[in-house]
Design a protein around this ligand. Structure first.
Ligand code: GCB
Length: 610
């Protein structure tokens, strides 16, 4: 072996053998109690009588499909775990992917913190409280009672519990800063892309928990889909003791990138490695998908991806399944996404809240353009707690999902005047209206600052004058319309005229039909299908008529039908009580007839079912 070959081998070995992020699952072996229990956070509390559960778990998997008075209150989870000895000398975090609606987390009797918002992940640095090589006790008080945290209203069930994964993560003392609103510490964008070349912009911050400054290198390694290294860049930095230091790097030389699109969702991988400059030891590493694409909206002619016109056609998706609630496995999420792709959709509105990591990963891999949103549904509250928790839900959503090339739109309000007009007394309305205006502008400003590369959207209901009066329709970049002519009343053929009026009202805005839908039930049939009869035939007829009007109008940039699945809606008492059955697949994911209508319409190649 020549000298330089052995040198390369040595460098490779020293990199691969070194410490980096160590991730363990904490999903198994929890104890659960539905209700409050004094002292349950204490290390020595006796939880022998409690129910044994694994997470993902929700306590509403049964009752929310049986009664509108499903349990909304406190519950406790406890788990004992052994922290491996090799965690000594590391920075250790606990990460919850989703706990609805508020979580207070204790380790060994110490309060780590409180998280508000049921749909975004959060981390706590547990290093000071962790006993390595010994048993540790986690105690989590979860509360899904109605409170000043979005969503305040809406028809979907609020399944309480630790309903997504829990992880124990150990990093080097010096690492990519993951305290940052639950992000993984590295933010990647492709601000300029063409068929000829592309730029990648990377930023983040380094957290140094050591009492000494350190010289580091950050290596940026871009690999193509086959794992071939396309380019390798390095940056040198020095990080002060006990501090966070921002970093930023631009890569300008990606020549002739393979583009990402719904037809060819080609993904590169960017590996960002943090390396000790003295001994070449790898300290941390993040791996992110890169999809090179560019897009724009035109008010008159619709949406363009990579310079080509695209009608955005797809679905909205809730995240539950009957008798399981929201506690679903990644496999279940992936199955839904594959069905949406097989149907020929190119667009998904992830409604009405951020969903599991598996959903966003599937959007990237399958080529589904995504709108993701926070759960400000029906109304807002003027209270400071509501404002603060909504702003942090928005920041968390953006920072946690920033690196998904599939995302094109951030949403922050859904039919925000509907609940206000229905539920707030006339006397209190001016205050709520004012708060709504203030919040809309605040949220818009946050997105602009957090992510100038995507656009914003909010969904209005069928009362455009009300939104216009308050100036709400002019805040976000894109206007979404939730329209139910032909279901809750009126005639589906009124839809097109309604939209033509909106185009005349806002000639410079781009519009997306963010919801339209009709309920159906496999047992109900009709020879004369009509509005609100829940027949399979009416759902079919409604969707065909609606789609025709959407396709005829180039100034409608796209549409997302409501809803992909029959979902939990505890307060509904319709043909399938406690379910909103506007799904195009049943709760068990059997397709309804209308799913095949879309499959035939959207797929360019014929699909044969045997
Ligand atoms: C809407 C809401 C959605 C409901 C839907 C319905 O406009 O945005 O959350 O589920 O209507 O089915 O009534």
């Amino acid at each position: 072996m020549k000298f330089y070959q052995s040198l390369i081998l040595f460098l490779l070995l020293s990199l691969t053998a070194s410490a980096q992020r160590d991730i363990q699952s904490l999903n198994a072996g929890w104890k659960f109690f539905k209700g409050d229990k004094a002292g349950a956070h204490n290390l020595s509390y006796d939880d022998k009588q409690w129910e044994k559960v694994n997470v993902p778990h929700t306590w509403n998997a049964q009752d929310a499909y049986q009664t509108k008075e499903y349990y909304r209150g406190d519950a406790w989870y406890r788990k004992t775990f052994l922290a491996p000895k090799d965690m000594v000398g590391k920075q250790v975090f606990i990460r919850f992917e989703g706990v609805l609606l508020k979580a207070q987390v204790y380790l060994n009797g110490q309060l780590l913190g409180t998280h508000k918002g049921g749909y975004t992940a959060f981390n706590f640095d547990i290093t000071p409280f962790l006993k390595s090589g010994e048993q540790n006790v986690l105690a989590v008080k979860v509360d899904n009672s109605p409170q000043n945290i979005a969503p305040l209203s809406g028809d979907f069930t609020l399944f309480g519990g630790i309903y997504r994964d829990v992880w124990l993560i150990a990093t080097s003392k010096l690492h990519f800063d993951m305290d940052n609103f639950g992000s993984d510490g590295v933010f990647v964008q492709t601000p300029v892309v063409s068929e000829q070349s592309a730029n990648i912009s990377i930023k983040g911050s380094l957290k140094n928990n050591q009492s000494k400054a350190q010289a580091v290198k950050i290596a940026y390694i871009l690999e193509d889909a086959e794992g071939k290294v396309v380019l390798h860049k390095e940056q040198r930095l020095s990080v002060n003791k006990n501090q966070s230091s921002p970093f930023q790097f631009d890569i300008k030389e990606v020549k002739k990138p393979k583009l990402w699109s719904p037809e060819t969702p080609y993904l590169y991988t960017l590996r960002t490695q943090l390396i000790d400059a003295k001994n070449n030891q790898k300290l941390d590493e993040m791996s992110n998908p890169i999809g090179f694409r560019w897009f724009r909206f035109d008010a008159k002619t619709g949406f363009y991806l990579n310079g080509k016109p695209y009608k955005l056609l797809g679905v909205c998706r809730h995240q539950d399944q009957q008798w399981t609630g929201s506690a679903l496995s990644d496999e279940t999420h992936r199955r839904d996404m594959q069905m949406i792709k097989d149907m020929g959709a190119n667009f998904i509105r992830i409604a009405h809240y951020p969903q599991d990591k598996a959903i966003l990963e599937a959007c990237d891999k399958l080529g589904l353009l995504a709108w993701e949103e926070i759960p400000v549904v029906d109304m807002v509250s003027p209270e400071a707690e509501f404002f603060e928790s909504t702003e942090s839900q928005l920041r968390e959503m953006i920072r946690q999902n920033y690196n998904h090339p599939s995302i094109i739109l951030w949403g922050y309000m859904n039919e925000v005047l509907l609940g206000t007009l229905r539920k707030v007394s006339e006397q209190d309305r001016p205050k709520v209206f004012k708060a709504t205006q203030g919040l809309a502008q605040k949220l818009e400003d946050i997105v602009r600052k957090e992510d100038p590369y995507r656009l914003t959207v909010s969904a209005q209901h069928e009362a455009p004058e009300e939104y216009e009066k308050l100036g709400l329709s002019s805040v976000s970049n894109i206007l979404g319309w939730n329209l139910y002519q032909g279901w809750y009343g009126g005639d589906v053929t009124q839809f097109g005229r309604f939209m033509d009026d909106q185009h005349a009202r806002y000639p410079d805005r781009s519009h997306i039909i963010s919801e339209y839908g009709a309920g159906s039930d496999r047992r109900i049939h009709s020879l004369n299908p009509e509005c609100f009869d829940f027949s399979i035939e009416y759902q079919q007829e409604y969707n065909e008529k609606m789609m025709q009007q959407i396709l005829e109008r180039p100034n409608i940039a796209g549409s997302a039908l409501w809803n992909f699945i029959d979902f939990g809606s505890a307060f509904r008492e319709e043909s399938m009580p406690h379910i909103n059955n506007k799904g195009i697949v049943y709760a068990d994911r059997t397709p309804k007839d209308v799913y095949y209508y879309y499959k035939a319409l959207f797929n360019k190649k014929p699909v044969v079912h045997i």
